[in-house]
Design a protein around this ligand. Structure first.
Ligand SMILES: Cc1cc2nc3c(=O)[nH]c(=O)nc-3n(C[C@H](O)[C@H](O)[C@H](O)COP(=O)(O)OP(=O)(O)OC[C@H]3O[C@@H](n4cnc5c(N)ncnc54)[C@H](O)[C@@H]3O)c2cc1C
Length: 490
């Protein structure tokens, strides 16, 4: 949708948003299926199959990944990772200082928590791991291999957490509703581990193709990146951390021309591009909440959970094409996983720990590793008795949880005419600003749209038809007209 079109139509649009925002969302699983949507008010053809996510509404995630919120520090991740009385141990991507927001960070954190337990416990002790995501299963694997009596308690009826591979007949290859990319964050071996298991991956780094509302392909200048760099340099001199939005405003870096150049894109549009296509997907959060001191723009190499492929200078990322969950199946082999079991309370003392489940049952263990997402810890649905130390509570409150949602669309045939694997738009107000084109990666006419930050929170509350309509509108700059293979009437 063109920017000006949106401004003219914004009154009804905002009213609708306000109305939907008043309705409390019913917790629902992260993904829902609508194989054949019925209405799609767009030039873009209807897809044959669709799958969407709503990670913020997912009661066992409450967001997609942690991010550096304004005022939070990396030391708080470290604080969150500290054992409490050698009874409670913490893992999960949010406890990783150098690879938070990633699968690699989650795995590292699980292995670190296992080492902490091994250092504090006697072999043979009974260890409970809460959460069967990458962190929990990595911890459980190492502990079981080291001779501990391990069991995993998982709220969902599946393992994997924010790795959610769907393999079914609606799709020509396994699709990823959560993590899809192996981030080149430091020394990851995830790609090799996947290859060893016969799981296909493909290189996935590079600058996305950028299009205007009219569909023109444009070079991305460094206007937006420079404005953000100026704002961050200004913020680094301030006595306290401020948000990137505030840094942009107070440094004057956001004072850019709003006059369209020949291509219909202004300098201000390029700053918006830097924010919505580059920064927001890295964090899942609006710039008003992102730290300027520990910005994802600076820590891109550390925070790999970005836009599923935009070049962050951290080396070559690889997109997983054959099922990320394969890693989890191997990790969980022979591990006792108690599914569909929500932990609501953890009591701990010198003599051991006790878990209460949502169905009223209790379980005991010598020690517990907690790997539930930061978003879940923030909701306080899990009670700790005694309460966690201030340092842990401070970290939970301060660190941010961002949202990135996906829509997977399968078409009968491509309606687009670009071979670029990664797309973006500039000078528009559409919700899905980044797209992955699976044709060059798999040969299949499948697209993946990404929606982040405020737009993701707003769309989490709409039904599948509205979600799809927003996605198809966002795809209009890529619509190449009637496919050439469509038969023309005599
Ligand atoms: C849409 C999306 C895209 C992403 N893209 C990438 C990417 O491309 N590359 C990348 O590296 N990372 C990506 N990430 C991040 C990555 O998925 C996570 O960092 C990683 O999977 C987190 O693993 P974890 O074990 O820390 O947490 P989780 O996988 O969330 O595991 C925690 C587990 O705890 C369970 N749980 C929650 N509450 C309870 C309870 N009360 N009782 C019992 N169990 C409970 C949950 O169900 C879950 O299974 C993405 C995430 C999302 C959502």
């Amino acid at each position: 949708m063109k920017r000006r079109t949106f401004l003219l139509g914004s009154v009804s649009g905002l009213s609708l948003v306000a109305l939907t925002a008043c309705v409390s969302p019913t917790p629902r699983p992260s993904a829902s299926v609508t194989p054949k949507p019925t209405s799609a008010p767009s030039l873009v053809p209807k897809p044959a199959a669709m799958r969407r996510t709503s990670w913020s509404a997912d009661p066992f995630a409450r967001g997609s990944f942690s991010f550096p919120a304004v005022g939070a520090t990396p030391e708080q991740r470290d604080a969150l990772s500290q054992p409490v009385d050698d009874r409670l141990f913490f893992a999960g991507e949010a406890t990783s200082t150098d690879a938070f927001g990633t699968v690699q960070g989650a795995r590292d954190s699980g292995q670190r928590a296992a080492r902490d337990v091994i250092a504090a416990a006697d072999v043979g002790e009974r260890i409970a791991v809460i959460g069967a995501g990458m962190a929990g299963l990595a911890a459980a694997r190492d502990l079981q291999d080291a001779g501990f009596d391990v069991f995993v308690v998982e709220a969902r009826n599946r393992i994997g957490g924010r790795i959610d591979t769907v393999t079914d007949t609606d799709w020509p290859f396994p699709i990823e509703l959560g993590a899809a990319v192996v981030r080149r964050t430091g020394d990851t071996t995830l790609d090799e581990d996947l290859t060893d298991r016969g799981v296909a991956t493909a290189p996935f780094s590079g600058v996305p193709e950028a299009r205007t509302a009219a569909g023109a392909v444009v070079e991305v200048p460094d206007t937006g990146a420079q404005a953000v760099a100026t704002a961050l340099a200004w913020a680094a001199e301030q006595p306290a951390d401020v948000s990137i939005a505030q840094a942009l405003a107070d440094s004057g870096a956001s004072k850019l021309s709003t006059t369209d150049a020949d291509i219909g894109v202004s300098d201000a549009d390029w700053l918006d591009y830097q924010i919505t296509v580059v920064l927001d997907p890295k964090t899942g959060a609006p710039v008003a909440e992102q730290s300027s001191w520990y910005s994802a723009a600076d820590t891109a190499a550390k925070n790999g959970a970005d836009d599923d492929g935009a070049d962050d200078g951290a080396g070559e990322d690889r997109i997983v094409l054959g099922g990320y969950a394969t890693l989890l199946e191997d990790l969980s082999d022979g591990i006792d996983v108690l599914g569909s079991s929500v932990v609501t309370r953890i009591a701990y003392s010198d003599s051991g720990t006790s878990l209460r489940l949502g169905n009223g049952e209790s379980l005991s263990a010598d020690r517990v590793i907690v790997t539930v997402p930061l978003g879940v810890l923030k909701t306080k649905v899990m009670e700790f008795d005694p309460p966690l130390p201030f340092a842990h509570r401070g970290a939970i409150a301060a660190l941010g949880m961002g949202t990135l949602d996906k829509i997977w669309l399968q078409f009968e045939e491509p309606f687009w005419d670009t071979d670029a694997p990664l797309w973006s738009t500039v000078g528009v107000v559409d919700d899905f600003r980044v797209w992955i084109n699976m044709v060059p990666l798999t040969g299949e006419p499948v697209l993946v749209g990404l929606v982040t930050a405020e737009a993701a929170l707003r769309l989490a509350e709409v039904d599948d038809d509205e979600f799809l309509a927003a996605a198809l509108t966002s795809l209009e700059p890529f619509y190449a007209g009637v496919p050439t293979s469509t038969p023309t009437p005599e």
